[in-house]
Design a protein around this ligand. Structure first.
Ligand code: 48F
Length: 254
């Protein structure tokens, strides 16, 4: 009995991992923007895997604001809440409040149900760079990084990579730092995030959602971080719309 339980887990995990060695789209970060992008891509029949270094995907959405577990979403993103079957309550005529645990779990549920393979506890430490194009991810167990263990990684090949790592825009920073290249930003570099300006930030999150280097796209807060725009705090419409947009851009290219 004990052996069957262990063998079942090992066999099915390694099957999943092996089937994901080459995917259409590899997403770094399981925050709201990454999860929404993953869902729409998978719904379109595109093969997607998502890597999250924490135990639970969901990023900064679980905690609402200051651990008050409610978030705000504006009118423009309501169609995405409806798509995911997320309940919301009107607060004004254009802003809605939502239980953040309900919303986050719905994003995860529907992404996996649509066929996205989520790998948690895995950290992206680098990309694969061929012929001046990003074409995969270098992955390792998150605890390997946390413990500073000297252990070599494995590689996932992908036609497109999405940096959904939030405020730190980790993938974009790594690509820029290591490869002596210019990104598709005003300065050619990762410009870094500015202070809080809610309305402006919500708008630019969507504008800045784009391909910043061949094979590398940005979504969510990483879009604003890369392009030097503002942060917005616990309003999440921009994150959801950015995920929807990056999925559309990639689907059109594949
Ligand atoms: O930060 P996060 O939620 O990204 P997002 O989708 O949403 C931002 C909002 O939560 C909030 C905000 C909104 O109003 O400003 O901050 O842009 O999720 C990013 C996820 O990426 C993971 C990280 O643990 C988090 O769950 N992550 C970051 N770097 C790596 C990573 C990495 N190198 N490898 C794997 N996962």
């Amino acid at each position: 009995m004990e052996q069957i339980v262990s063998a079942g887990i090992i066999d099915s995990y390694f099957r999943k991992l092996k089937e994901s060695l080459s995917v259409d789209v590899a997403i770094v970060g399981g925050g709201p923007s990454g999860l929404v992008a993953a869902y729409y891509l998978a719904k379109n029949g595109i093969k997607v895997s998502l890597y999250e270094r924490k135990l639970a995907p969901g990023g900064g959405m679980w905690g609402g604001a200051m651990m008050f577990n409610e978030i705000v979403v504006q009118q423009e993103a309501i169609h995405i809440l409806n798509e995911f079957g997320i309940d919301y309550k009107p607060y004004t005529d254009v802003y809605y409040t939502i239980d953040s645990v309900h919303a986050t779990s719905a994003l995860i549920y529907h992404a996996t149900k649509a066929g996205v393979k989520i790998f948690n506890c895995i950290s992206i430490e680098d990309v694969v760079f061929h012929n001046n194009k990003v074409c995969g991810l270098v992955i390792n167990w998150a605890p390997v990084h946390r413990e500073h263990l000297h252990v070599d990684p494995l590689v996932i090949m992908a036609k497109a990579v999405i940096d959904g790592t939030g405020h730190d825009c980790e993938v974009a920073r790594t690509v820029e730092r290591k490869n002596n290249i210019r990104l598709n930003t005003e300065t050619g570099a990762v410009m870094g995030e500015r202070s809080m300006s809610v309305e402006e930030a919500e708008r630019t999150t969507i504008e800045n959602t784009k391909e910043i280097f061949p094979g590398l796209f940005v979504t969510g807060m990483a879009s604003n971080g890369v392009s030097g725009s503002y942060r917005m705090g616990p309003i999440f419409g921009g994150m959801l719309l950015s995920g929807e947009k990056v999925a559309r851009l990639i689907a059109a290219q594949l």
